[in-house]
Design a protein around this ligand. Structure first.
Ligand code: CP
Ligand code: NVA
Length: 312
Protein backbone atom coordinates (compact mmCIF):
# COMPACT_ATOMS: atom_id res chain seq x y z
CA UNK A 1 0.00 0.00 0.00
CA UNK A 2 1.48 3.33 -1.02
CA UNK A 3 1.54 6.06 1.63
CA UNK A 4 0.19 9.34 0.43
CA UNK A 5 2.48 12.36 0.35
CA UNK A 6 1.42 16.00 0.34
CA UNK A 7 3.23 19.11 -0.88
CA UNK A 8 2.36 21.66 1.82
CA UNK A 9 5.71 23.33 2.54
CA UNK A 10 9.22 22.82 1.18
CA UNK A 11 10.32 21.68 4.64
CA UNK A 12 8.13 18.56 4.33
CA UNK A 13 10.55 17.30 1.67
CA UNK A 14 14.24 16.51 1.93
CA UNK A 15 16.93 18.24 -0.09
CA UNK A 16 17.45 15.03 -2.07
CA UNK A 17 13.75 14.73 -2.89
CA UNK A 18 13.50 18.37 -3.97
CA UNK A 19 16.68 18.08 -6.07
CA UNK A 20 15.17 15.00 -7.75
CA UNK A 21 12.05 17.04 -8.54
CA UNK A 22 14.23 19.69 -10.19
CA UNK A 23 15.89 16.99 -12.31
CA UNK A 24 12.48 15.57 -13.26
CA UNK A 25 11.24 19.05 -14.17
CA UNK A 26 14.25 19.60 -16.45
CA UNK A 27 13.54 16.29 -18.18
CA UNK A 28 9.82 17.05 -18.57
CA UNK A 29 10.65 20.50 -19.96
CA UNK A 30 13.09 19.06 -22.51
CA UNK A 31 10.61 16.36 -23.53
CA UNK A 32 7.84 18.91 -24.01
CA UNK A 33 10.12 21.16 -26.11
CA UNK A 34 11.09 18.12 -28.21
CA UNK A 35 7.42 17.33 -28.79
CA UNK A 36 7.56 14.13 -26.76
CA UNK A 37 5.16 14.59 -23.85
CA UNK A 38 4.38 11.42 -21.87
CA UNK A 39 0.88 10.64 -20.58
CA UNK A 40 2.20 9.67 -17.15
CA UNK A 41 -1.08 10.66 -15.47
CA UNK A 42 -3.55 9.16 -17.95
CA UNK A 43 -6.93 8.74 -16.28
CA UNK A 44 -5.99 10.85 -13.23
CA UNK A 45 -7.99 13.85 -12.01
CA UNK A 46 -6.82 16.83 -9.98
CA UNK A 47 -9.38 19.04 -8.20
CA UNK A 48 -8.24 22.64 -7.82
CA UNK A 49 -9.95 24.71 -5.10
CA UNK A 50 -9.34 28.43 -5.36
CA UNK A 51 -10.41 30.69 -2.50
CA UNK A 52 -8.19 33.49 -3.84
CA UNK A 53 -7.56 34.78 -7.37
CA UNK A 54 -4.97 33.10 -9.61
CA UNK A 55 -3.71 33.26 -13.18
CA UNK A 56 -0.43 31.30 -13.24
CA UNK A 57 -1.21 28.61 -10.68
CA UNK A 58 -4.59 27.77 -12.17
CA UNK A 59 -3.51 27.76 -15.82
CA UNK A 60 -0.18 25.99 -15.30
CA UNK A 61 -1.68 23.20 -13.16
CA UNK A 62 -4.60 22.70 -15.53
CA UNK A 63 -2.35 22.66 -18.60
CA UNK A 64 0.18 20.44 -16.81
CA UNK A 65 -2.49 17.84 -16.05
CA UNK A 66 -3.67 17.96 -19.66
CA UNK A 67 -0.13 17.50 -21.00
CA UNK A 68 0.33 14.50 -18.70
CA UNK A 69 -2.81 12.87 -20.07
CA UNK A 70 -4.93 13.67 -17.01
CA UNK A 71 -7.67 16.11 -16.19
CA UNK A 72 -8.07 19.09 -13.86
CA UNK A 73 -11.28 20.50 -12.40
CA UNK A 74 -11.35 24.15 -11.45
CA UNK A 75 -13.38 24.47 -8.25
CA UNK A 76 -14.14 27.93 -6.91
CA UNK A 77 -14.38 27.82 -3.11
CA UNK A 78 -17.33 30.21 -3.34
CA UNK A 79 -19.32 27.92 -5.61
CA UNK A 80 -18.69 24.77 -3.58
CA UNK A 81 -20.72 23.78 -0.52
CA UNK A 82 -17.52 24.69 1.34
CA UNK A 83 -18.60 28.29 0.80
CA UNK A 84 -21.91 27.53 2.53
CA UNK A 85 -20.42 25.90 5.59
CA UNK A 86 -19.67 22.29 4.62
CA UNK A 87 -16.57 21.38 6.61
CA UNK A 88 -13.12 21.04 5.12
CA UNK A 89 -12.98 17.51 6.51
CA UNK A 90 -16.22 16.41 4.83
CA UNK A 91 -15.07 18.06 1.61
CA UNK A 92 -11.75 16.19 1.83
CA UNK A 93 -13.48 12.84 2.42
CA UNK A 94 -15.80 13.35 -0.56
CA UNK A 95 -13.14 14.60 -2.96
CA UNK A 96 -10.92 11.67 -1.97
CA UNK A 97 -13.60 9.32 -3.35
CA UNK A 98 -13.55 10.98 -6.79
CA UNK A 99 -10.14 12.45 -7.41
CA UNK A 100 -6.46 11.50 -7.38
CA UNK A 101 -5.17 14.79 -5.94
CA UNK A 102 -6.29 18.17 -4.62
CA UNK A 103 -4.67 21.56 -5.11
CA UNK A 104 -5.89 24.33 -2.83
CA UNK A 105 -5.19 28.06 -2.66
CA UNK A 106 -6.57 29.49 0.53
CA UNK A 107 -5.99 31.93 3.40
CA UNK A 108 -4.93 30.30 6.69
CA UNK A 109 -2.28 27.60 6.38
CA UNK A 110 -4.22 25.65 9.04
CA UNK A 111 -7.05 25.18 6.52
CA UNK A 112 -4.64 23.51 4.11
CA UNK A 113 -3.33 21.29 6.91
CA UNK A 114 -6.85 20.27 7.94
CA UNK A 115 -7.75 19.40 4.35
CA UNK A 116 -4.55 17.37 3.93
CA UNK A 117 -5.06 15.56 7.23
CA UNK A 118 -8.57 14.48 6.26
CA UNK A 119 -7.88 13.63 2.59
CA UNK A 120 -6.64 10.18 1.63
CA UNK A 121 -5.20 11.60 -1.60
CA UNK A 122 -2.23 13.99 -2.02
CA UNK A 123 -2.84 17.67 -1.32
CA UNK A 124 -0.77 20.43 -2.94
CA UNK A 125 -0.37 23.95 -1.55
CA UNK A 126 -1.26 26.43 -4.32
CA UNK A 127 -0.51 29.32 -1.88
CA UNK A 128 -1.59 30.10 1.64
CA UNK A 129 -1.06 33.23 3.74
CA UNK A 130 2.12 31.57 5.06
CA UNK A 131 3.73 29.69 2.16
CA UNK A 132 3.97 29.45 -1.64
CA UNK A 133 6.14 26.34 -2.17
CA UNK A 134 5.31 25.65 -5.85
CA UNK A 135 6.50 29.15 -6.75
CA UNK A 136 9.74 28.99 -4.80
CA UNK A 137 10.65 25.50 -6.02
CA UNK A 138 10.16 26.96 -9.50
CA UNK A 139 12.37 29.93 -8.63
CA UNK A 140 15.10 27.53 -7.53
CA UNK A 141 14.70 25.59 -10.78
CA UNK A 142 14.94 28.83 -12.79
CA UNK A 143 18.14 29.86 -11.02
CA UNK A 144 19.70 26.41 -11.36
CA UNK A 145 18.84 26.43 -15.05
CA UNK A 146 20.58 29.77 -15.49
CA UNK A 147 23.55 29.63 -13.12
CA UNK A 148 24.03 25.94 -12.25
CA UNK A 149 24.52 24.44 -8.76
CA UNK A 150 22.58 26.35 -6.12
CA UNK A 151 25.00 25.64 -3.26
CA UNK A 152 26.34 28.91 -1.84
CA UNK A 153 24.47 30.98 -4.42
CA UNK A 154 23.65 34.52 -3.22
CA UNK A 155 20.01 35.57 -3.54
CA UNK A 156 18.28 38.62 -2.02
CA UNK A 157 14.56 39.01 -1.38
CA UNK A 158 13.56 42.63 -0.91
CA UNK A 159 10.12 43.69 0.36
CA UNK A 160 7.51 41.98 2.50
CA UNK A 161 8.29 39.14 4.91
CA UNK A 162 5.32 37.29 3.45
CA UNK A 163 4.41 33.82 2.13
CA UNK A 164 7.03 34.12 -0.64
CA UNK A 165 9.73 35.20 1.81
CA UNK A 166 8.83 32.29 4.10
CA UNK A 167 9.09 29.71 1.32
CA UNK A 168 12.33 31.31 0.14
CA UNK A 169 13.81 31.00 3.65
CA UNK A 170 13.02 27.27 3.67
CA UNK A 171 14.09 26.67 0.06
CA UNK A 172 17.38 28.54 0.43
CA UNK A 173 18.10 26.68 3.67
CA UNK A 174 17.42 23.28 2.07
CA UNK A 175 19.70 24.03 -0.90
CA UNK A 176 22.58 25.47 1.17
CA UNK A 177 22.30 28.95 -0.29
CA UNK A 178 23.37 32.43 0.89
CA UNK A 179 19.98 34.10 1.30
CA UNK A 180 19.43 37.70 2.44
CA UNK A 181 16.03 39.14 3.25
CA UNK A 182 15.48 42.90 3.55
CA UNK A 183 12.13 44.07 4.90
CA UNK A 184 10.85 47.14 6.74
CA UNK A 185 11.11 46.49 10.51
CA UNK A 186 7.34 46.03 10.89
CA UNK A 187 7.13 43.45 8.09
CA UNK A 188 9.57 40.77 9.23
CA UNK A 189 8.88 37.10 8.50
CA UNK A 190 7.18 34.94 11.12
CA UNK A 191 9.55 33.98 13.96
CA UNK A 192 8.56 30.30 13.93
CA UNK A 193 9.26 30.03 10.19
CA UNK A 194 12.63 31.73 10.64
CA UNK A 195 13.54 29.35 13.48
CA UNK A 196 12.65 26.32 11.33
CA UNK A 197 14.65 27.73 8.41
CA UNK A 198 17.67 28.40 10.66
CA UNK A 199 17.57 24.82 11.89
CA UNK A 200 17.49 23.47 8.32
CA UNK A 201 20.20 25.95 7.25
CA UNK A 202 22.61 24.51 9.83
CA UNK A 203 22.21 21.01 8.40
CA UNK A 204 22.78 22.15 4.82
CA UNK A 205 25.44 24.84 5.33
CA UNK A 206 23.15 27.68 4.25
CA UNK A 207 23.47 31.24 5.53
CA UNK A 208 20.30 33.23 6.11
CA UNK A 209 20.35 36.92 7.00
CA UNK A 210 17.37 39.11 7.81
CA UNK A 211 17.65 42.88 8.04
CA UNK A 212 16.18 46.15 6.89
CA UNK A 213 18.87 47.40 4.48
CA UNK A 214 18.14 46.53 0.83
CA UNK A 215 21.60 47.59 -0.45
CA UNK A 216 23.36 45.40 2.12
CA UNK A 217 21.12 42.45 1.23
CA UNK A 218 21.74 42.82 -2.50
CA UNK A 219 25.52 43.21 -2.22
CA UNK A 220 27.11 40.73 -4.68
CA UNK A 221 24.09 38.45 -5.15
CA UNK A 222 23.18 36.86 -8.50
CA UNK A 223 19.42 37.32 -8.10
CA UNK A 224 17.16 39.92 -6.52
CA UNK A 225 13.60 38.75 -5.91
CA UNK A 226 10.63 40.84 -4.89
CA UNK A 227 6.88 40.48 -4.59
CA UNK A 228 3.83 42.66 -4.22
CA UNK A 229 3.68 44.92 -1.18
CA UNK A 230 -0.01 44.07 -0.72
CA UNK A 231 -0.65 40.33 -0.77
CA UNK A 232 -4.10 38.84 -1.20
CA UNK A 233 -5.83 39.32 2.14
CA UNK A 234 -3.76 42.40 3.09
CA UNK A 235 -5.92 44.91 1.22
CA UNK A 236 -7.19 46.61 4.41
CA UNK A 237 -3.66 47.82 5.25
CA UNK A 238 -2.78 48.91 1.70
CA UNK A 239 -2.19 52.60 2.47
CA UNK A 240 0.21 52.00 5.37
CA UNK A 241 2.00 49.28 3.41
CA UNK A 242 2.56 51.52 0.39
CA UNK A 243 4.07 54.13 2.72
CA UNK A 244 6.29 51.68 4.65
CA UNK A 245 7.68 49.94 1.56
CA UNK A 246 8.76 53.01 -0.46
CA UNK A 247 12.49 52.53 0.39
CA UNK A 248 12.23 48.88 -0.71
CA UNK A 249 11.45 49.43 -4.40
CA UNK A 250 13.83 47.42 -6.59
CA UNK A 251 15.37 49.65 -9.26
CA UNK A 252 18.53 49.96 -11.35
CA UNK A 253 20.37 51.74 -8.51
CA UNK A 254 19.70 48.86 -6.12
CA UNK A 255 20.65 46.28 -8.78
CA UNK A 256 23.99 48.07 -9.16
CA UNK A 257 24.99 46.53 -5.78
CA UNK A 258 24.43 43.01 -7.17
CA UNK A 259 26.76 40.92 -9.35
CA UNK A 260 27.29 42.14 -12.91
CA UNK A 261 25.18 39.33 -14.37
CA UNK A 262 22.52 39.44 -11.63
CA UNK A 263 18.91 38.87 -12.60
CA UNK A 264 15.67 40.39 -11.37
CA UNK A 265 12.94 37.97 -10.24
CA UNK A 266 9.27 38.36 -9.34
CA UNK A 267 6.61 35.71 -8.78
CA UNK A 268 3.97 37.96 -10.38
CA UNK A 269 1.52 39.63 -10.53
CA UNK A 270 3.69 42.78 -10.47
CA UNK A 271 2.94 46.43 -9.84
CA UNK A 272 5.29 48.58 -11.90
CA UNK A 273 6.23 51.70 -10.00
CA UNK A 274 5.63 50.07 -6.60
CA UNK A 275 7.85 47.11 -5.74
CA UNK A 276 9.82 47.39 -9.02
CA UNK A 277 10.45 50.09 -11.58
CA UNK A 278 8.99 49.53 -15.04
CA UNK A 279 12.47 49.98 -16.54
CA UNK A 280 13.90 47.06 -14.56
CA UNK A 281 10.83 44.84 -14.82
CA UNK A 282 10.68 45.22 -18.61
CA UNK A 283 14.46 45.29 -19.10
CA UNK A 284 17.07 42.65 -20.02
CA UNK A 285 17.86 41.59 -16.42
CA UNK A 286 14.30 40.49 -15.77
CA UNK A 287 13.62 36.74 -15.91
CA UNK A 288 10.07 36.96 -14.58
CA UNK A 289 8.46 35.25 -17.56
CA UNK A 290 10.97 32.37 -17.41
CA UNK A 291 9.81 31.92 -13.82
CA UNK A 292 6.18 31.96 -14.93
CA UNK A 293 6.84 29.38 -17.66
CA UNK A 294 8.78 27.11 -15.35
CA UNK A 295 5.78 26.80 -13.01
CA UNK A 296 4.39 24.43 -15.65
CA UNK A 297 7.45 22.16 -15.77
CA UNK A 298 8.14 22.07 -12.03
CA UNK A 299 4.54 21.44 -11.08
CA UNK A 300 4.32 18.62 -13.63
CA UNK A 301 7.23 17.00 -11.79
CA UNK A 302 5.38 17.43 -8.48
CA UNK A 303 2.18 16.00 -9.97
CA UNK A 304 3.94 12.94 -11.38
CA UNK A 305 5.72 12.32 -8.08
CA UNK A 306 2.49 12.58 -6.08
CA UNK A 307 -0.16 11.15 -8.38
CA UNK A 308 1.53 8.51 -10.55
CA UNK A 309 1.18 5.85 -7.84
CA UNK A 310 -2.20 4.55 -6.66
CA UNK A 311 -3.03 5.67 -3.11
CA UNK A 312 -5.04 3.82 -0.50
N1 CP B 1 2.75 33.61 -8.92
C1 CP B 1 1.50 33.11 -8.80
O1 CP B 1 1.22 32.23 -8.00
O2 CP B 1 0.60 33.66 -9.66
P1 CP B 1 -0.99 33.50 -9.59
O3 CP B 1 -1.45 34.25 -8.36
O4 CP B 1 -1.47 34.15 -10.87
O5 CP B 1 -1.34 32.06 -9.52
N1 NVA C 1 2.46 37.31 -1.83
C1 NVA C 1 1.50 37.27 -2.91
C2 NVA C 1 1.90 36.22 -3.90
C3 NVA C 1 1.01 36.14 -5.12
C4 NVA C 1 1.40 35.03 -6.06
C5 NVA C 1 0.12 37.02 -2.36
O1 NVA C 1 -0.01 36.20 -1.44
O2 NVA C 1 -0.82 37.65 -2.82
Amino acid sequence: MATKRDFLTLADWSHEELAALLDDAARLKAELKAGRPHPLLAGKSLGMIFEKASTRTRVSFETGMFQLGGHALNLSGRDMQLGRGETLEDTAHVLSRYLDGILIRTFGHDKLERLAAAASIPVINGLTDTYHPCQVLTDLFTLRERFGDLTGMGVAFVGDGNNMAHSWLLGAALFGMDFRLATPPGYRPDGAVVARAEEIAQTHGATLSIGDDPAAAVDGVVAVHTDTWVSMGDEASEAERLAAFQPYRVDAALMAHAADDAVFMHCLPAHRGDEVTAELFDGPRSIVFDQAENRLHVQKAILVRLLAQPHE
